[in-house]
Design a protein around this ligand. Structure first.
Ligand SMILES: NC(=O)c1ccc[n+]([C@@H]2O[C@H](COP(=O)([O-])OP(=O)(O)OC[C@H]3O[C@@H](n4cnc5c(N)ncnc54)[C@H](O)[C@@H]3O)[C@@H](O)[C@H]2O)c1
Length: 339
């Protein structure tokens, strides 16, 4: 039996959910709702069998809907997920899970208490390049992790409800936490608002992990040069993910520097420079959103538990809230609280 999905929010990203859940074998989009009726009407031309509703509550109350996807602006996630869970529906909500830690924790607790699937759409965790990077980081040739950094710049897409940091850095925070299997211990960030007072359109963020591993994220809605790049530097190699390079999305620089051992009793160290090739590995590239949606269907069918579940979604929000606090205090380091 195909899982019958209801989609709330049919904007730029929600449209992709409607397409993908209709393409996957195990699911079909039974209905959709958007507060802008024209958005659903436009989609209805392509999918005439898709039901429409007068409200989100009507969609949640439809007994024929097996699970819902929430792809609306971030500030609406909490209320919509809460209603969906209360109506007994498993939920896939877009990132960020919410923009408030207590709200995320509340949703996570509700889903756990109800035994309901709650998954967060951190798409990059379903991206084969990121997955390959994680594997490579565990290979002996990579060595010790030194640092990570990411750039996510372009002219928009500008959001009304959240700043560029919540919109863009949430991706890199989730990626770094996935690659390192841990949360940062503290963060420090600055941001500036040029386009609208009080809403940062650029942010420079530093995250400190254990063992001195540092990460940096630059996000901006002000930069005409679109960049989507993520770098991990290790003692034996450097990995570069360029999401805009369709020919070589991932490059491995088999070069690095590490300290060998003290060579004498005066504490002098010998440094090992490692030179090697630049490799562009052959990767099977599947659409990350499709991998993510298939995983959601597998979770609904009881085959697995969400890789990006409510717990991990709330953990990303925990870090984002610490970043927000640091920006408010002009870069003051803010500790990331424990879950
Ligand atoms: N994972 C990713 O790579 C990725 C990419 C893009 C967007 N997103 C996320 O997806 C979400 C939606 O982003 P988007 O780019 O589609 O935005 P969008 O503005 O294009 O679309 C949002 C839609 O939600 C509708 N909407 C607003 N409030 C609503 C409500 N209360 N009930 C029902 N509909 C409502 C709007 O009318 C609009 O059509 C955001 O959380 C964003 O962060 C994720």
């Amino acid at each position: 039996m195909k899982k019958r999905i209801g989609v709330i929010g049919c904007g730029h990203w929600g449209k992709n959910y409607v397409r993908v859940f209709n393409e996957i074998d195990g699911s079909v989009v039974l209905g959709a709702f958007d507060s802008d009726a024209e958005k659903v009407a436009a989609l209805g031309k392509k999918y005439p069998a898709m039901k429409t509703y007068a409200s989100a509550r009507d969609l949640f109350a439809d007994g024929d809907i097996d699970a819902v996807v929430i792809s609306t602006p971030a500030t609406t996630h909490h209320q919509l997920v809460k209603q969906a869970l209360a109506a007994g529906k498993p939920v896939l909500v877009e990132k960020p899970m919410t923009v408030d830690l207590e709200e995320s924790e509340e949703l996570q607790r509700s889903a756990a208490a109800a035994g309901s699937v709650l998954m967060v759409g951190h798409t990059f965790i379903y991206n084969n390049v990121i997955r390959r990077m994680k594997e490579l980081m565990r290979e002996p040739g990579f060595g010790k992790v030194y640092c990570l950094y990411a750039d996510r710049t372009h002219l928009g897409l500008i959001r009304d409800d959240v700043n560029a940091v919540w919109d863009l850095a949430a991706h890199d925070v989730s990626i770094f936490m996935y690659l390192l299997d841990q949360s940062p211990r503290w963060v420090s960030a600055v941001g500036s608002s040029f386009l609208k007072a009080g809403r940062e359109d650029l942010g420079f963020i530093t995250l400190m992990f254990s063992n001195g591993v540092a990460a940096n994220i630059r996000v901006s809605w002000l930069d005409a040069n679109k960049v989507r790049q993520l770098v991990v530097v290790g003692s034996g190699a450097r990995l570069v993910f360029d999401d805009l390079n369709n020919l070589e999305k991932l490059r491995i620089f088999e070069k690095g520097i590490s300290v060998e051992r003290p060579v004498d009793s005066f504490g002098e160290f010998q440094y090992q420079l490692r030179d090697g090739s630049i490799v562009s590995p052959n990767l099977v590239l599947s659409e990350p959103l499709k991998v993510q949606c298939q995983h959601f269907i597998d979770c609904l069918n009881g085959k697995c538990r969400p890789l990006t579940d409510g717990r991990s979604g709330a953990d990303v929000v925990r870090v984002m809230c610490a970043i927000e606090q640091s920006i408010k205090h002009n870069g003051k380091p803010v500790e990331v609280s424990n879950a």
